[in-house]
Every structure is written in C-alpha cells, then in structure tokens.
Design a protein around this ligand. Structure first.
Ligand code: NAG
Ligand code: NAG
Ligand code: NAG
Length: 569
C-alpha cells in the first residue's frame, strides 16, 4: 500500500478527470480532446467558464509570486506568499511572509503592472531566480526590462511572451508589446513550465488534453514523479471491430517516464503482455503493485526475472501464490516489500523474506497468521538496513513478538502496530526503550493501550515526529498531558479517541512543532475547546470530520484566525 497509496486517488471518482469515454481513469491518450484551434479554445471547452477564469487568476497569482521572490531574494528559505484556494487551483501550504494584502491575486495594482509598458510580467529564468546576490528591484518600483535583461544569464529569450534579440543585446524596443497577448502567454513554454506545478495530478491529466503545446510541456516526467498509474485488467485491452483483443498502447506512460505501476485484477498472462508492451518494463520499472491478481508462483517468478529494475513489490489480495513461490522468486535487489491480505502468507513467508532480501529497507505486512516467532527471523543485515516495518492487523502478534522485533530490527525509524490488538502498554514500553530512532509510530486500533503507553513514548522517543493513536479508546486527557512535552512531534492523530475532552486539548496548545492534528470523531470536544486551537499558529492541517463541536461558526472562526491552515470539515 505505502507507495501506491499516494497515487490511488488517480482512480478517483471525479468526473473532471480523464477521457469522457473512461471517466475516472488516468488515460494515456485522449486525442479527440486536443483542441484543433489552440490552447485557449481548448481550455474553455474542457474546463468551462469557471475553469477558464480560475486559470487566469492562477496565472496572475503566479506572476505575483515571482515578483515577490524577486523582491525578496534573500528569503530563499521562507516560503512565498499564500495562494488563495480557488476551485480548480491547488495550493501549497500557507505561510504569510509579506502582508497578504499586497499579494492578493489580481489586485488592481497587479493589473496595472501588467499593462504598464515599462514593466513586465516577469517570469525569471531559473538561473536568475536562484541568484541571491543581485540587486533586485523591489516590488514597489516597477521593474525595468533593461534591468532584467542585463542580469538574465542564459542568452536568448528570458522573458515570457517577449522575444528578446539574440545574445546579450538589449531587446529592441519596437518588439516589446506593452502587454503580451493572452495567446502568447498561453503557449509560452516557460510560463507553462512554472504554472503546471500548481496543479494536482488529476488536473494535469485534464490540462494535458487542452492542446498539443500543453501536452508537450505536461508530458515531461518531472510533472509525474511519485505517481503510480493504476490499471485494471479491462483497461489493458482494446476490443477491435473484429472482436479480437489488442493490448493498449502504453506510449503515453512511457513518455511521462512512469516507473511504477499498479495492476488490478490481472492474470499471469496479462502481466506478460504488460511486460512485452510497456517500453520501460525490462529495466525502467522500479515498483510493481499487484492487487487482487491471480498471479501464481510461476507468474511471480517470471515477472521478477524479466523486470530487472523492480526493487519495490506489493502484493495485495493475491491468493494464488504460495510461500514456496516467494522462496523461488524473491530477488535480493528488492528493497521494499508489501504483502497484504494474501491468504497463503504466514511465518514461512517471513522466513523467505528474511533469508532472501538482505537489502530490505521497508516491509509492510498485513497477515493474520504471522506469529511472534516469525519476528525473530530477521538477520543481522536487516537489523542494519530495515528502517520501516508496518505490521497491520497481525492479530496473533503479542508482546513476545514485540520483544523479538525490537531485538532483530533495532534500526527502525518507522513502526506500525496498527490493529495488532494483543499488544499492551508493556509492548509499547519495549518499543520506547529499544527503538530510540523512531520517527513515526502507529498504534491505531490497539485497544489495550492506555495513558501509560503515552508516558513511555514521551519519555523515550525524543525523535518522534508522527504519532497515530486512532481508535485507542482508553486514552484520556492525562495521556495527552504526557505528549505535550514532545518537542519534535509534527503530526498527531487522535481520531475516535472517544475519551479526550477540552481539558486534554489544552495540553496540546503548547506544542509549537505541531503541523498536523486530527481530532476526527472525538465526540466530547466542544466548540469552545476547539476554538482554543487558534493558538497553534503553525498548524497546517486540522481534521475535524465527525466532531459534534465543529460548527460552521467554528470553521469561520478558523478561516479568520488560522488562515494558513487547511481545516478539514
Ligand atoms: C519569437 O521569435 C520566433 C522566431 O524568432 C517566432 O517564431 C515567434 O513567433 C516569436 N514570438 C513572439 C511572441 O514574437
Ligand atoms: C545490496 O546493497 C548493497 C549496498 O547498498 C549493494 O552493494 C548490493 O549490490 C545490494 N545487493 C543487491 C542484490 O542488490
Ligand atoms: C543502524 O544503522 C546505522 C547506520 O545508519 C549503523 O551505524 C548501525 O550499526 C546500525 N545498527 C545496528 C544495530 O545494526
């Protein structure tokens, strides 16, 4: 799940995404949508009036951000000003930097600036944007083109929408339009290259259908890094008029450089077809995820033999391979393995994994039949390399298994015991005493855990940045008081911790490091208690779904007093 999870939403239900013929699916090509008459018409047709408007506003905002960056060259580390949230537009998290008033989108000042012949809608060349030693004009004084032209390092056109003359010569005045036309801006690759970063993957799928110029820019691999296309069996084939099946072209994926795939419901044969048809399959694909696949031992062996680049493997809901198959196919180059909901996986699977995968850094396991014994199988090599272990719903694991684990994998920095419901406070004590490097700990759905466990955690795990306590129903306000001393904690999940009250919440208000807090489903928190959270001015995300105390008035209050925090209703 782990590395695929991030991309699973590509499967999403939004009708906004993908080809009309195949709503909801990240599609390779939708040539019919590429608008013959150019980007602007294509944009209107595809996004409608609102989308078009949002696009224009975004563009102006980006222009302003660039101006801001230019006038604050020494603030390399501080984030640029907030972008307003706005329909289509996805925003990075919000600092405040400059007074926001001067940076709001589409202010009259901005519009004037765009129209003044002496100023430019400047998108800096990357080289310039990173120079911090240059005297850069401030926002207040209009930017002179000469100033910009003289500092831009690469020869050739450095300004969007404007053709400068060759080399380092000054641009000739007669070729400088006062306001570059919409049309030029809409196809200028430099501006597009910057703008497209502001869109989500779904949105980029849509924007790539606007016109050829946009697709060309958007199909660069940099815009798709970290995403995993999810393909279902039926989408892998086109039915020809003759009734025969033909494997789809995966060229569009190859251009975008996708190096990870999730195939759903595929058979051994489908996997072979995929290997034959995806140009990057032999060397370029690094992660493969199979869900609800009928892959057999033989199929697994062929796949890992043929796809020489695969270092991350996920098998989920696959019931046709066996532990013997793991013994015969697992390859030592694999560094991350996830196995969940596969019926034939028990202790011997762990034996195979620990023997065959010396370079394992991450293991995610959801297996009802894995026992305490298996957690002692890991070798010295893994004790060194394995940093991430997620044992989800391993119901048979007890504190004895935890003992084995902390001794065989002392270098863990990420541990999940989510749903390992037999683990108690004593198990957590072992974890806290022995795994001091932990940065993330997930104890959700461990109903036996009490406030004591939180005391151990707070005492010993000084590096902890993320703590998940969802559904730890015995935790009370006392437990939260222990947590308040944890100065590295950035993310705290307390979903459905049904005993937490306003008083406990107060303990969290001094935690200046907190960026993400989830209180979803906490039934006892009142509107008054929650409103105190405005003290956490650094908060970036606050989840309040299913909180009876989270009233519309409260959300309004947060939008005024926590303007840079995304509050999830
Ligand atoms: C810039 O110059 C190129 C060739 O020199 C030309 O094809 C293009 O139309 C010009 N663009 C603008 C906006 O004038
Ligand atoms: C395991 O990792 C080591 C060190 O990074 C590397 O030299 C070795 O080639 C890896 N083994 C395999 C089979 O990939
Ligand atoms: C843990 O990893 C570090 C390097 O990250 C290494 O120096 C240390 O020996 C490892 N510990 C164990 C017990 O393998």
């Amino acid at each position: 799940m782990a590395w695929v999870g991030e991309a699973l939403w590509l499967l999403g239900t939004t009708p906004f995404l993908g080809c009309p013929q195949h709503p909801g699916v990240l599609k390779l090509e939708c040539p019919s949508l590429l608008h013959p008459r150019g980007c602007e018409q294509g944009l209107s047709q595809l996004l409608g009036e609102d989308g078009h408007k949002a696009w224009h506003e975004l563009r102006e905002t980006v222009l302003e951000r660039d101006l801001w960056k230019m006038s604050n060259p020494r603030n390399g580390d501080t984030k640029p000003p907030c972008l307003p949230r706005n329909g289509l537009v996805k925003i990075p998290t919000q600092p405040n930097g400059l007074g926001s008033a001067s940076i709001t989108k589409g202010t009259p000042a901005m519009k004037n600036r765009l129209c003044q012949p002496s100023s430019v809608p400047a998108i800096l060349s990357p080289a310039l944007a990173h120079r911090s030693d240059l005297p850069i004009p401030s926002l207040a004084s209009p930017l002179s083109l000469t100033a910009l032209a003289s500092v831009s390092s690469p020869p050739g056109p450095s300004l969007v929408g404007l053709n400068t003359s060759e080399g380092s010569e000054q641009p000739s005045p007669e070729r400088l339009p006062g306001s570059p036309s919409e049309r030029q801006l809409a196809v200028d690759e430099k501006i597009l290259n910057r703008l497209f970063w502001y869109f989500s993957a779904c949105e980029k799928c849509v924007l790539a259908q606007v016109c050829k110029a946009w697709r060309r820019v958007l199909y660069q691999p940099k815009f798709w890094v970290g995403l995993t296309p999810v393909l279902h069996t039926k989408e892998l084939y086109n039915i020809l008029p003759s009734g025969e099946k033909e494997f789809v072209s995966l060229q569009g994926f190859a251009i975008r450089g996708f190096d990870g795939f999730c195939l759903v419901g595929v058979s051994d044969l489908d996997i072979c077809e995929f290997i034959d048809n995806y140009p990057l399959s032999k060397k370029g694909v690094k992660s493969m995820s199979l869900k609800r696949s009928t892959i057999t031992d033989a199929g697994l062996e062929v796949m890992l033999e043929q796809m020489q680049g695969v270092v991350r493997l996920e098998l989920s809901g696959c019931n046709d391979f066996t532990e013997a198959g793991l013994w015969s196919s697992l390859n030592a180059r694999i560094t991350a393995l996830s196995v969940s909901d596969c019926i034939n996986v028990a202790d011997d699977a762990i034996a195979a994994i620990s023997q065959l995968l010396p370079n394992l850094t991450e293991l995610n396991l959801q297996a009802y039949h894995v026992t305490d014994t298996a957690l002692a199988y890991f070798t010295a090599k893994q004790g060194y390399t394995t940093h991430t272990l997620r044992l989800n719903s391993c119901w048979e694991i007890t504190n004895h298994g935890v003992v084995n684990m902390v001794h065989s994998l002392p270098n863990l920095s990420v541990l999940s015991l989510s749903g390992c419901s037999k683990v108690t406070d004593d198990g957590v004590e072992l974890v806290a005493e022995n795994l001091r490097k932990l940065r993330s700990l997930d104890l959700s759905w461990c109903p036996r855990i009490t406030d004591m466990a939180l005391e151990y955690i707070a005492c010993d795990l000084h590096k902890l940045e993320e703590l998940v306590l969802d559904r730890c129903v015995r935790i009370t306000d006392t437990g939260l008081s222990y947590l308040s001393t944890m100065s590295s904690l950035r993310s705290l999940y307390l979903r459905w911790c049904c005993q937490v009250q306003d008083f406990g919440l107060k303990h969290l208000l001094s935690m200046g490091s907190l960026r993400l807090l989830s209180l979803a489903g906490c039934p006892l928190l009142t509107t008054t208690g929650l409103s105190g959270l405005v003290q956490l001015q650094e908060l970036e995300e606050l989840e309040l779904t299913n909180c009876p105390g989270a009233t519309p008035e409260l959300f309004k209050y947060f939008s005024q007093h926590l303007p840079c925090c995304m509050v999830i209703e």
